[in-house]
Design a binder for this molecule. Structure first.
Ligand SMILES: Nc1nc2c(ncn2[C@@H]2O[C@H](COP(=O)(O)OP(=O)(O)OP(=O)(O)O)[C@@H](O)[C@H]2O)c(=O)[nH]1
Length: 509
């Protein structure tokens, strides 16, 4: 097995010719004054970090998704072309100052592959990275490559100014951080944010609106089915068919019809009866999988690998997770393991800036497993609490790309036998049945052990999550209900069940 061990470090901001670029870059957020060399998390005041409900200067809003090079278009044979784009991809990255570069071991990706065994055995500790404020400012003020950069630049600059004006605190908070809702450690129960109840209804309304397609279709059909008809074998069969068409899966469909039959066989049935039983049976399937994401912070870093098909929301979800975690005072590093798309690297870098997370990336076309290796080493050296690794989107039927994912997992496992500690798969709620197959394959290849369903605010077909839960019983940690930084909610079984069945009003009421 080959590893890429990439140690050269970038800062960024001014344009440089590609040949002067190092393969990996690390950007520390909220960097101190130029003479300071403190690791990034130490720069943010403890008081600011300990306030999960008002993460400083994390703007909500949208990041455009630069769709361009979708992975299904970038077949493996195109890798050479992609590699040729490397210079283009890194041209906006400013290389590290010579004295910094001198501190870092520079290993090109190809050499790194050969040096895999040595690298693991040596357990080399990379130098901590710091980025002078001026260089970060230049980047944020000048960011013209990506429209989102310029949109965010003033906010980033504001954030920096806030941070500079705040009292200087370089101590890591002594007490264990209060984790945001939806996360847990073995020893902590997450505290609900004070305004959680207030926000609950609005996100439930968005969830309900997103699932309206599923629920209104279902409730309409159910109402039509039971108009002036008693519950008999035929109506039960018809109901079962409707539930299966709504992607709920055979198992759940049968649970619903069995329960309904046991209560109302031979009697009149209202659509309210069916809705209530449906919500109840769906909730029974979902409750066991609605779990907080367990973080083992003794790992330092707890590694979260994010996988999934193209465009399912991996990068966006990483940004949202990073915001929650860094807002709770954890030191977070995000790694741009999607080495196929320059836009994906750029997108993650922007999320890192927004969320005050450390960023590590490499050039387009580089070995993703090498980047994962490098990211782990860097996160460990910097004592990051959590490392979140993005991966290139891939269709589950592309064998070579799935093999690359396998390699990333293997490489991380060499560094820490338990890593990646969490393998999160994002599922696009608008997908329907294909999501079942996606989970099956990504689970086998990458050891997926948790799910996040995104885009439940759109025209979602969320029924499939019920079928997936019944079959795979994988924890569902969060759901995405929008493109904004706060639009990630812990998964609530009853709310989800009610939204599908068109019943209830969310657990906040
Ligand atoms: N409405 C809505 N849009 C979302 C949500 N999550 C992500 N998106 C959007 O979906 C698009 C794709 O998201 P990405 O995060 O780039 O997806 P990805 O899986 O990283 O994509 P690839 O890099 O191509 O694999 C973007 O336009 C996001 O803004 C969500 O919960 N709701």
């Amino acid at each position: 097995m080959a590893l890429g061990f990439i140690k050269k470090v970038f800062t960024f901001g001014r344009e440089k010719p590609a040949e002067e670029q190092a393969p990996a870059e690390v950007i520390a957020p909220d960097v101190p004054a130029p003479e300071q060399e403190a690791p990034v998390a130490d720069v943010s005041p403890a008081s600011e970090l300990a306030e999960p409900t008002s993460p400083p200067s994390v703007p909500s809003g949208h990041l455009p998704h630069a769709g361009g090079d979708r992975l299904e278009d970038a077949a493996p044979v195109e890798h050479e072309q992609l590699a040729e784009k490397a210079a283009e991809a890194v041209v906006s990255h400013e290389p590290v100052a010579p004295e910094q570069a001198g501190k870092s071991e520079i290993v090109e990706p190809e050499q790194a592959k050969n040096a895999e065994a040595d690298a693991v055995a040596e357990d080399t500790t990379p130098e901590p990275i710091s980025t002078p404020v001026g260089e970060m400012s230049e980047k944020t003020e000048g960011g013209e490559e990506v429209s989102a950069s310029s949109e965010l630049s003033s906010e980033s600059t504001e954030a920096q100014t806030d941070s500079e004006q705040s009292p200087e605190t370089t101590e890591t908070p002594a007490a264990a951080p209060i984790l945001p809702k939806g996360f847990a450690t073995a020893s902590s129960i997450p505290e609900p944010a004070p305004e959680a109840l207030k926000q609950k209804l609005s996100w439930f309304q968005r969830l309900r609106a997103g699932l309206a397609r599923t629920s209104s279709q279902l409730t309409g059909q159910i109402a039509a089915l039971f108009t002036k008809r008693k519950l008999d074998d035929q109506t039960l069969q018809d109901l079962e068919d409707l539930l299966i068409q709504a992607d709920l899966g055979v198992e759940t469909a049968m649970r619903v019809t069995d329960t309904l039959a046991s209560e109302r066989y031979g009697k009149d049935v209202t659509s309210e009866d069916v809705g209530r039983i449906m919500a109840q049976e769906i909730a029974k399937v979902l409750k066991p999988v609605a779990k907080p994401l367990q973080l083992d912070l003794s790992h330092k870093p707890h590694v979260i690998l994010v996988v999934g098909v193209n465009g399912t929301g991996k990068t966006t979800t990483i940004g949202k997770l990073a915001a929650k975690l860094s807002g709770a005072g954890l030191k977070v590093m995000v790694a741009a393991g999607d080495t196929f798309r320059a836009a994906a690297i750029e997108q993650l870098k922007i999320w890192a800036e927004r969320t005050k997370s450390e960023f590590i990336g490499t050039k387009i076309g580089a070995d993703a497993a090498g980047l994962a290796f490098d990211a782990f080493q860097q996160a460990k050296a910097n004592k990051s609490d959590v490392l979140i690794i993005d991966t290139a989107g891939r269709l589950q039927n592309k064998a070579e790309l799935m093999a690359e994912l396998e390699k990333i997992v293997r490489v991380l496992g060499k560094l820490d036998p338990d890593a990646p500690h969490t393998v999160l798969q994002t599922l696009d709620a608008t997908t329907g049945q294909n999501a079942l197959n996606q989970v099956e394959i990504f689970r086998n290849v990458a050891g997926v052990n948790g799910l996040i369903m995104t885009k439940l605010d759109g025209t979602a077909r969320g029924g499939i999550l019920v079928a997936i839960s019944a079959k795979h019983k994988l924890p569902v940690y969060f759901i995405g209900v929008g493109e904004g930084v706060d639009d990630l909610e812990p998964f609530e079984a009853e709310d989800f069940a009610n939204a599908i069945a068109g019943t209830g009003a969310g657990s906040s009421q």
